[in-house]
Design a protein around this ligand. Structure first.
Ligand SMILES: Cc1cc2nc3c(=O)[nH]c(=O)nc-3n(C[C@H](O)[C@H](O)[C@H](O)COP(=O)(O)OP(=O)(O)OC[C@H]3O[C@@H](n4cnc5c(N)ncnc54)[C@H](O)[C@@H]3O)c2cc1C
Length: 496
C-alpha cells in the first residue's frame, strides 16, 4: 500500500484523506491545531457556541452533484438543512432591502420600493434565474478530461460563461450604480467585500434562491467532525497538534516531513492541504515557486485578500423577527483609521444548542484588507495593546447593537474577538485570509492543478487552487488531488 502524508486537516485535507482511504492509500493527516476542520470550525465561550464559518454552504440541495459529494465525505449525510428566509437584509435610512430566497418576493419588494428601477430589477432577477441552470462542477478536473469531455464541459458552462462575460469585468460598486434608488445602490455595493466583481453577486444569489446555499444544522464544527468520523471509519490516521515545519527533499522527491514536536513521517506521496504561501515560501523555502502564485502575491491590488475581525456576542433574549443576517449603518466606529460604515450581524436563533435557554448567540464579521493586516501584525507584537484594541472593538460593536436595538441594552456581552492575526495563528492563513484571492475585474481566475514544478510526489490542495476559495473548492480540490494521484499510480479513481 502506498503511504500518503496529508499536511493540514481542514476540509480539503479531510476530503483528500477520505478519498485516499477509499482508493487504497494508507494515509495520515498531520494537523497543526488540536482540533480538525481548519477554518471550518466553531468554539465555545461562556456557555455559547460560536460558529466560525458557514454563513452559506454551496451544496445543500439534495439530488445535485455537489450535495452528493458532501454526502460521500460524511458532511451532509442525513443532515437537516436550515433555509433562511433572506440572504441578508440591508437597512438604509428608513427602508430595508431584503435579498429574499423567494426570487418573486425579492422582485416584488424591490419594485414596491423603487418603481423607477423596474428595468434594472427585471434584469437582475433574470440573470439570477439564468444561473439557476449552473451547478458548480464536481466531476473530473479539466486537466484530466479528454477533448470530448472538455467540449461537453464547456457547453455545460454556457450560461455561467455569458454572465461572466457581461458582469465579470464590472465592479460590484459600478454595477450598483445602474440602480436609481439609493437603498438598492447601497445594498448591492456592500453585498460582498470591496473589490469583488459584479458576477459574484449573481452566482451567490443564484445558488441561494434555488436552495443550493443554505446551512447544515449543527453548523461548521459539527460538519467538520462528521468528516473526521468518516475518515477514521475508513481506517485513516490523524495526528493533531503536529505542525509540519520542514520537508526533507532529495532530488525531485519529498522523502519525509518533520513536525515542530520532533516527530517525522516518511511517505510515497505528500499533499499540502494547507495555506499555499506557507507551502511555497516556508516549507519549500522559496525554491520551487510558482509563477501563477507569485503573480498574485506580488499584485495585491488586482488579487486582494480579505481577512476578518470576527466579534461574537451573547444576548439574554430572543432574536425572533430579526433577519438571520442583517446589515445596518453605524456611526463612529474606526478600525485602523478606517471608518466602518455598516455592521453585519448573523444570529443563530435557529440553533437552540448554541446558547443557554432563552439566550441567542450572534457574530459580526468586519472585513479587513491589506493595510489592516499590517496594522494588526505590528500591534500584535505588544500583546497588551493588541488585546486592548480587540476589547475596544468588541465594546464598540456591543454599543452599536444596543443603539440599533435598544431592547438589548444591558443584555449583551462580548464573548470573543478574533482578528486577522487569530486566523494566521490558528490556521497559518496567509495574511489572515479567510478565502483565496477575491475575484476582481482585473484579476484572472484560473484553476491550478496543485502540481509543484520540479517535484514529483507532492501536491498542493485546498481553497487556494480555485479562487475565490470557500468550502466547496476545498472539498472539490481535496477529491481532485486524489484523482490525480490515482492517475499517476495508473489505477481507476473510486469516487463514491
Ligand atoms: C469567518 C469565516 C467565514 C466563512 N464563511 C464561509 C461560508 O459561509 N461559506 C464558504 O464556503 N466558506 C466560508 N469560509 C471559507 C472556508 O472556511 C474556507 O474556504 C475553507 O474552510 C478552506 O478550507 P481548506 O481546507 O482549503 O483550508 P484551511 O481551512 O485553511 O485548512 C488548512 C489546515 O491546515 C492546517 N495547517 C496549516 N499549516 C500547517 C502545518 N504546517 N502543519 C500542519 N497543519 C497545518 C491548518 O491548521 C488548517 O487546519 C469562511 C471562513 C471564515 C474564516
Amino acid at each position: 500500500m502506498k503511504k500518503l502524508v496529508i499536511i493540514g486537516g481542514g476540509i480539503a485535507g479531510l476530503t483528500a484523506g477520505i478519498f485516499a482511504q477509499k482508493n487504497g492509500f494508507e494515509s495520515i493527516i498531520l494537523e497543526k491545531h488540536h482540533t480538525l476542520g481548519g477554518e471550518c470550525t466553531g468554539w465555545d465561550r461562556q456557555g455559547y457556541h460560536i460558529d466560525g464559518c458557514i454563513h452559506w454552504l454551496v451544496g445543500t440541495k439534495k439530488g445535485t452533484p455537489i450535495h452528493d459529494l458532501w454526502t460521500t465525505v460524511g458532511a451532509m449525510d442525513g443532515v437537516e438543512v436550515y433555509d433562511p428566509e433572506s440572504f441578508m437584509a440591508f437597512e438604509h435610512g428608513d427602508v430595508t432591502v431584503h435579498f429574499y430566497r423567494d426570487l418573486e418576493r425579492l422582485k416584488t419588494s424591490w419594485f414596491e420600493m423603487s418603481p423607477a428601477d423596474k428595468g434594472a430589477i427585471d434584469q437582475f432577477c433574470q440573470t439570477i434565474k439564468q444561473l439557476h441552470s449552473f451547478e458548480i462542477p464536481v466531476g473530473k478536473p479539466m486537466d484530466m478530461m479528454n477533448p470530448i469531455e472538455k467540449i461537453k464541459f464547456m457547453l455545460s458552462m454556457k450560461d455561467a460563461g455569458l454572465v461572466m462575460q457581461k458582469y465579470g469585468k464590472i465592479s460590484l460598486i459600478e454595477y450598483a450604480k445602474t440602480f436609481k434608488h439609493p437603498a438598492l445602490q447601497a445594498a448591492l455595493a456592500s453585498f460582498l467585500p470591496e473589490g469583488y466583481s459584479a458576477s459574484s453577486v449573481f452566482f451567490g444569489l443564484a445558488s441561494f434562491t434555488k436552495g443550493q446555499a443554505s446551512i447544515p444544522v449543527g453548523g461548521s464544527k459539527a460538519m467538520a467532525m462528521r468528516m473526521v468520523e468518516r475518515y477514521l471509519s475508513l481506517g485513516g490516521t490523524i495526528e493533531a497538534s503536529s505542525e509540519v515545519v520542514k520537508l526533507i527533499i532529495e532530488g525531485k522527491n519529498v522523502q519525509g516531513v518533520v513536525c515542530k514536536n520532533g516527530a517525522s513521517y516518511a511517505a510515497d506521496y505528500f499533499i499540502a492541504a494547507c495555506d499555499a504561501h506557507l507551502l511555497y515560501e516556508q516549507l519549500l523555502e522559496g525554491k520551487f515557486s510558482d509563477p501563477a502564485f507569485q503573480l498574485r502575491y506580488n499584485n495585491p491590488v488586482d488579487y486582494p485578500l480579505a481577512s476578518n475581525m470576527y466579534i461574537s456576542l451573547g444576548y439574554a433574549g430572543s432574536m425572533d423577527g430579526i433577519p438571520r443576517s442583517l446589515r445596518f449603518p453605524v456611526n463612529s466606529l474606526q478600525i485602523n483609521k478606517v471608518s466602518i460604515e455598516h455592521l453585519q450581524i448573523t444570529h443563530y436563533g435557529y440553533e437552540p444548542d448554541f446558547a443557554p435557554a432563552g439566550h441567542t448567540v450572534m457574530t459580526c464579521a468586519i472585513n479587513q484588507f491589506y493595510s489592516d493586516y499590517d496594522a494588526w501584525k505590528t500591534l500584535a507584537s505588544d500583546s497588551k495593546a493588541y488585546n486592548q484594541e480587540k476589547a475596544r472593538i468588541g465594546q464598540a460593536v456591543q454599543c452599536a447593537m444596543e443603539t440599533r436595538f435598544p431592547q438589548m441594552r444591558d443584555k449583551l456581552k462580548v464573548l470573543d474577538v478574533a482578528s486577522p492575526i487569530t486566523y494566521e495563528r490558528y490556521c497559518n492563513a496567509y495574511r489572515g485570509a479567510f478565502m483565496a484571492f477575491l475575484p476582481t475585474i482585473r484579476g484572472k481566475e484560473v484553476a491550478h492543478t496543485g502540481r509543484i514544478r520540479g517535484l514529483h510526489n507532492i501536491f498542493l490542495s485546498g481553497q487556494w487552487l480555485q479562487p475565490p476559495g470557500g468550502l466547496p473548492v476545498a472539498l472539490i480540490t481535496g477529491k481532485d488531488t486524489i484523482a490525480r494521484l490515482c492517475k499517476l499510480e495508473k489505477r481507476p479513481f473510486v469516487s463514491h
